[in-house]
Design a protein around this ligand. Structure first.
Ligand SMILES: C[S@@+](CC[C@H](N)C(=O)[O-])C[C@H]1O[C@@H](n2cnc3c(N)ncnc32)[C@H](O)[C@@H]1O
Length: 316
């Protein structure tokens, strides 16, 4: 399995099975059979020493699939379900190591090379329809695409917006691939290699896009990326976040919760954030005028359009 795998792409049934096996291994079902427990109590029973983010992501998924229950919405306290699902016996690789990852509170190492490239290609295909739907909502540009991947969103924007230009920023190896993908738009494309927070991405862009980037990071980096976007956008421009979505009470949708668990397995601090968190980052970055939309092509995601508004200045 592709270790960065999109949960939907690798099959929700496999991910559910891995979550159930991990819950058996961590003693979650046994602990809840005795009495309801808070996340802290489950962590103690499971031998999870430090952070509980990964355990929380597992419990969110277990509750969403009915393997355990959450008696009070928004509260990290769980109880047994009417029946406990049996072990599925998933192989001990990738998500099959979920219990170890949660106990150690340490992500599996990221894949490089072919696997990472296959993941980027998968994203480009999976995101093409959403990119085409979003393109006309990005204005006339110029566009700044932070964490561009293979440039799917920039390509759709340039295809849909004659004469507009785009700046794409990502790691050097990735942005080089994006350049090759966008060869047909060569004269309208600028490539910037490096961490978007420090790379010379310029200022005055009509639209700055963070598409499927924030879920890779912890809250500190998420806030910094929003600040980067706010500093790079024109006074009358728009910062656009497109990402996976989870409800405020983390009760669903299942795709978002599975993806959050995926981030718990493969990233140091990644998560799928509720919209209130995204709004907080944008507002703190000086972009308080926020409009929320959904894309028909990505119903489990969310798109936020954020502008400066008249009274708030972007911090220098
Ligand atoms: C999941 S991919 C999404 C790619 C593309 N935006 C899309 O939706 O198809 C996330 C990309 O963001 C890049 N990325 C994450 N953090 C970044 C940062 N701080 N600076 C530059 N690129 C970053 C990653 O290297 C990766 O290519």
């Amino acid at each position: 399995m592709d270790v960065f795998g999109n949960p939907v792409a690798v099959g929700g049934d496999f991910l559910r099975a891995a979550a159930i096996d991990a819950a058996h291994e961590l003693g979650i079902f046994a602990r809840l059979a005795a009495a309801p427990a808070t996340l802290d109590e489950l962590a103690r029973a499971a031998g999870v020493g430090t952070g509980h983010r990964r355990l929380r992501a597992l419990c969110d998924v277990l509750a969403a699939i009915g393997a355990i229950t959450r008696p009070a919405p928004r509260v990290a306290r769980f109880a047994a379900a009417s029946s406990t699902p049996p072990r599925a016996g998933v192989p001990r690789a990738g998500w099959g190591q979920l219990a170890d990852v949660i106990r150690a509170d340490r992500a599996l190492p990221p894949e490089e090379g072919d696997v990472a490239l296959r993941y980027q290609r998968h994203l480009a295909v999976a995101g093409a329809d959403a990119a085409r739907e979003l393109a006309p909502l990005l204005g006339r540009g110029p566009l700044l695409d932070l964490g561009c991947g293979l440039g799917t969103y920039s390509a759709a924007f340039l295809d849909a917006t004659p004469g507009a230009s785009a700046t794409l920023c990502d790691r050097p190896d990735i942005v080089a691939l994006a350049g090759a993908e966008l060869a047909r738009h060569r004269d309208r494309v600028r490539l910037v290699a490096g961490d978007a927070r420090t790379a010379p991405v310029g200022a005055g862009h009509g639209a700055v896009l963070l598409a499927n980037v924030l879920h890779l990071h912890d809250e500190r980096v998420g806030a910094e990326l929003c600040l980067t976007a706010a500093r790079a956008v024109a006074d009358d421009g728009v910062v656009v976040i497109k990402d996976l979505r989870v409800d405020e009470d983390r009760g669903g949708p299942l795709e978002g919760l599975l993806f959050a668990l995926n981030m718990a397995v493969y990233t140091d601090g990644g998560d799928v954030y509720p919209v209130t968190q995204l709004r907080t980052w944008l507002t703190s970055a000086g972009l308080p005028a926020i409009e929320e939309r959904r894309l028909a092509a990505a119903p489990d995601g969310v798109v936020l359009f954020a502008r400066r508004g008249s009274r708030t200045a972007v911090p220098a």
